[in-house]
Design a protein around this ligand. Structure first.
Ligand SMILES: [Zn+2]
Length: 282
C-alpha cells in the first residue's frame, strides 16, 4: 500500500489550469496513451473527475490520499471532497502566497473540531522566491504573521503541519523556535543538504515528489523520515513529464526511490506508508 501525502485533487479548476500549462506535452501524451502498462492515459479534463482520479490511484496501489488546502475557500473545497470520497483526507491551510490578501481582507480563525477527515494544517509556511520588497511590499512580515497564526491553529487543534518553504529557511526555523512541540513534514523539499539536516534534527519528515526524478543532485532524506507525495496536478515524475500529475504516480516515485536507495519497492512502500500513518494518524 502507498499513500499520497500531498495532492490537490479536490478542485477541477486546478486541473484545468494544469492542463493549459501542459500544451507542449501533447505529443508525449499521445505516446503514453498506447503504453500497455497504463492503458488509457488521461488526456482530457473529463478524465480528471474525483472518481476517475481515485480509481486510477487505487489500481496503482495508492489507497490513501491527502488533498491539501491552499486558502480558506480552497480548504473548504478540500473538506467537501474528502467527505464525498473514501480514503481521501484533507488539510486546512493558507499558503504563504495568500499572505498579502489575508493581510488586506483579514482571516477568521475557523473552528476545526467538528470536521471529519481533517488530518493536518497545511500547506503553510514561507515562500520568498521571486519576491522583492519594491514590488511586493512587506511580504516577509505578512507571511511570517500568517505562518504564526497557522502554527497556533495547529497547536490549538493538536494537528501536524504540512510546511511549504522556499528560499526562507532561516526565518522558518527562527519562527519554529517558538513552537517547539509542533510536528510536521517539509513538503516538496528542494533546498540544501544543510537545511534538510536542520529539518531532520527538528524531528520533521521530508516530502519527496516527482522533482526528485528530474532535478540534478537532489538531496534525499533517510527512509525513516521520508513521505511520498505527488503535489498533483503539478511536478509530474519522469518518464511522464509533459503530462498532468495525479496520485497514481506515487508508484513511479516509489520505483525511482527504490532504484536510488537500493531497496525493494515493497520496502519503500512499507516504510513511507508507516511514516505517513504515524504523522497524520490515518
Ligand atoms: Zn502543494
Amino acid at each position: 500500500m502507498l499513500i499520497d501525502t500531498h495532492c490537490h485533487i479536490h478542485d477541477v479548476e486546478t486541473y484545468k489550469f494544469a492542463l493549459t500549462r501542459q500544451q507542449a506535452g501533447k505529443k508525449l501524451r499521445r505516446v503514453l496513451e498506447e503504453d500497455p502498462d497504463y492503458g488509457h492515459y488521461p488526456l482530457e479534463i473529463s478524465d480528471f473527475t474525483g472518481e476517475k482520479i481515485i480509481s486510477r490511484a487505487e489500481k496503482a496501489g495508492i489507497q490513501k490520499m491527502i488533498t491539501v488546502g491552499t486558502s480558506d475557500t480552497d480548504s473548504r473545497l478540500a473538506c467537501e471532497f474528502a467527505e464525498r470520497h473514501d480514503n481521501v483526507f484533507w488539510s486546512y491551510g493558507i499558503h504563504p502566497d495568500e499572505a498579502t490578501s489575508v493581510a488586506e481582507s483579514g482571516w477568521n480563525c475557523p473552528s476545526l473540531e467538528s470536521f471529519a477527515y481533517l488530518v493536518a494544517i497545511g500547506e503553510v509556511g514561507l515562500d520568498y522566491y521571486g519576491k522583492t520588497s519594491a514590488e511586493d511590499g512587506d511580504f516577509q512580515g505578512e507571511q511570517m504573521k500568517l505562518f504564526e497564526q497557522m502554527l497556533q491553529l495547529a497547536r490549538d487543534n493538536n494537528l501536524p503541519l504540512i510546511f511549504h518553504v522556499r528560499e526562507a529557511f532561516d526565518d522558518f526555523f527562527a519562527i519554529l523556535a517558538n513552537f517547539p512541540e509542533v510536528r510536521g513534514v517539509v513538503h516538496s523539499f528542494s533546498d540544501t543538504k544543510e537545511n534538510m539536516m536542520r529539518a531532520l534534527e527538528r524531528g520533521f519528515y521530508i516530502g519527496v515528489n516527482g522533482m526528485a526524478t528530474f532535478a540534478d543532485d537532489f538531496p534525499l532524506p533517510p527512509l525513516e523520515r521520508m513521505l511520498l507525495e505527488t503535489d498533483a496536478p503539478f511536478l509530474t515524475p519522469v518518464p511522464f513529464r509533459g503530462t498532468i500529475n495525479e496520485p497514481a504516480h506515487i508508484r513511479d516515485i516509489c520505483a525511482y526511490i527504490s532504484k536510488i536507495k537500493g531497496e525493494s519497492e515493497r520496502e519503500i512502500a512499507k516504510i513511507t506508508t508507516q511514516n505517513a500513518e504515524q504523522l497524520f494518524r490515518i
